[in-house]
Design a protein around this ligand. Structure first.
Ligand code: NAP
Length: 281
């Protein structure tokens, strides 16, 4: 008798977790590619990420995504990580091999850049000056993604100077740290503005930035995708700027994990995006 194929398991570890779109996204691809598997949202006690990883190994999970607040702490518990991802100091994708060894990856770097390239293929031709708002985990991935691009100036502004300094020291020494009071002046010469803070997200205060000071045709990229159209994106559109939403980044960052766990490379196509947009509406 033919041995039945084993059921492939993966999930997302976080706290809170019910808001996560990842189970919808991976569930959509599991159906689309007829995978014999499940992707499960897993609420993890804040002090028990290590124990949770042991449980995943015991239960035969092939891996997991990691989200707030574990992306940094989880590094303590993994066996393999690339030098670049170790410098970023955060991983969002775990792969568990048959020996129970865990490899951690940061796929936000790829997701961020691929989404920008797909949304505005010509971006590198006219972007000389970039401003990044925020200096948390997502910002570290963004700065790392832009590090080797030929860009005249890259600036970062954050509430706490300490975290911005960390990014400059660890990831890109060419980064210039600016204060909020310098922002308006800097925006006049900014071709690409990137919001990596949760400001503008449902339940958070809006991010109030004078995008009207930016040149026509410049790009505003908001990593926040709930709501689909943030206030920042709305005002960028009103000022005839180009916009990039974080939803595409979410989709692109998920490709590598799905391929690792379920053995098929999913397409980040229009159908995937429409499916998620319907959930968010
Ligand atoms: P994080 O590590 O907690 O960092 C948050 C950043 O936002 C920090 O720089 C923090 O400043 C700043 N911030 C928070 N509240 C603020 C406020 N009221 N005023 C000013 N600054 C504030 O979070 P993260 O992991 O980087 O995630 C940030 C956002 O990116 C979240 O909304 C997340 O959903 C989104 N994200 C999206 C994707 C995607 O695929 N589209 C991927 C990753 C993350 P301090 O350093 O001063 O605290």
């Amino acid at each position: 008798m033919k041995k039945p194929e084993s059921i492939k398991l993966a999930g997302v570890l976080g706290n809170p977790i019910s808001h996560s779109l990842s189970p919808h996204l991976h569930g959509f691809w599991i159906n689309k590619y007829s995978v014999n598997g499940y992707y499960i949202p897993l609420l993890v006690n804040r002090t028990e990420i290590g124990k949770s990883l042991d449980a995943l190994k015991t239960l035969g999970f092939r891996g997991a995504n990691v989200t707030i607040p574990f992306k940094e702490e989880v590094i303590k518990y993994i066996d393999y990580i690339s030098e670049t991802d170790a410098k970023i100091g955060a991983v969002n994708t775990l792969s568990i091999n048959i020996k129970g060894e865990i490899t951690g990856l940061n796929t936000d770097v790829y997701g961020f850049l691929k989404n920008l390239e797909k949304s505005i293929p010509q971006w590198e031709k006219f972007v000389d000056n970039i401003v990044v708002i925020g200096a948390g985990g997502a910002s570290r991935a963004v700065v790392s993604a832009l590090k080797h691009k030929k860009i005249e100036s890259k600036k970062i502004v954050n509430r706490s100077a300490q975290r911005a300094n960390f990014i400059k020291d660890q990831i890109d020494e060419n980064l210039e740290i600016i204060s909020w009071s310098q922002l308006d002046e800097v925006l006049e010469n900014c071709d690409l503005l990137i919001n990596t803070t949760p400001l503008g997200m449902n339940g958070q205060p809006p991010l109030n930035i004078r995008v009207d000071l930016m040149n026509k045709g410049s790009i505003v990229y908001d990593l926040v995708y709930t709501p689909l159209e943030t206030n920042l994106i709305k005002s960028a559109k009103e000022n005839n700027l180009q916009t990039v939403s974080g939803l595409g980044m979410l989709i692109f960052q998920a490709i590598k994990g799905f391929e690792e766990w379920f053995g098929k490379k999913p397409q980040a196509d229009e159908a995937t995006s429409l499916f998620l947009k319907r959930i968010l509406q």
